[in-house]
Ligand binder design. Structure first.
Ligand SMILES: [Zn+2]
Length: 191
């Protein structure tokens, strides 16, 4: 672990520089839910979700740094019936999220919101009156990184959920993706 500290400091310096010279202008961080902020005991049921750590605390600290925070999440459980009636809004409000967008569809619905499509990202940005390019999408799957890159948003892959198995494909397709051990590592990296 001890050799990760200087690396983190170096990374933080890089991001600070990118932000300060205007190359990176991140106003909002949009997190995926399942596999990113926590994990599901049973993939069919959204109520079996357990966060990896205190999401509200991490969101509060990101907001203190001046970022808007939100969620963009595919919930095909709604289309399939097992997620119907689950109160996502209450959950996301309890985290202190500024915005959230949910895709309730399944693959066969052919919607424009299900990631890797970018409908959730563009809807969130529009409601916040910012540009998709001013957002960072944080997720555990290639589809999250694709969703971000489709609209020129920044992307971070977490190594939780499917992240470890997705990493190779993500970096092959999008070599500039930021890789995080877990979502809360962003706190150390972002100025
Ligand atoms: Zn959809």
């Amino acid at each position: 672990m001890c050799n990760t500290v200087p690396f983190d400091i170096l990374l933080k310096l890089c991001y600070t520089m990118l932000m300060e010279n205007g190359s990176w202008n991140i106003k909002c961080i949009l997190f995926d839910r399942d596999g990113t902020l926590g994990e599901l005991a049973d993939k069919r049921y959204p109520q079996t979700f357990t966060p990896f750590c205190d999401v509200a605390n991490i969101f509060a600290r990101l907001k203190q740094k001046g970022y808007l925070v939100g969620l963009i999440t595919n919930q095909s459980s709604i289309a399939r019936g097992t997620g119907r009636g689950y109160d996502f809004a209450s959950e996301f409000q309890s985290y202190g999220a500024d915005i959230w967008e949910i895709c309730p569809h399944d693959d066969k619905d052919g919607c424009t919101c299900r990631k890797p499509k970018s409908g959730l990202l563009s809807a969130a940005a529009e409601k916040l009156r910012i540009l998709p390019t001013e957002c960072m999408v944080v997720g555990d799957r290639l589809s999250d990184v694709q969703c971000a890159n489709n609209l020129g948003a920044k992307a971070a892959l977490v190594l939780t959920g499917f992240g470890k198995s997705e990493k190779k494909n993500v970096l092959a397709a999008y070599p500039d993706t930021l890789v995080l051990e877990r979502f809360d590592q962003l706190l150390q990296l972002l100025p």
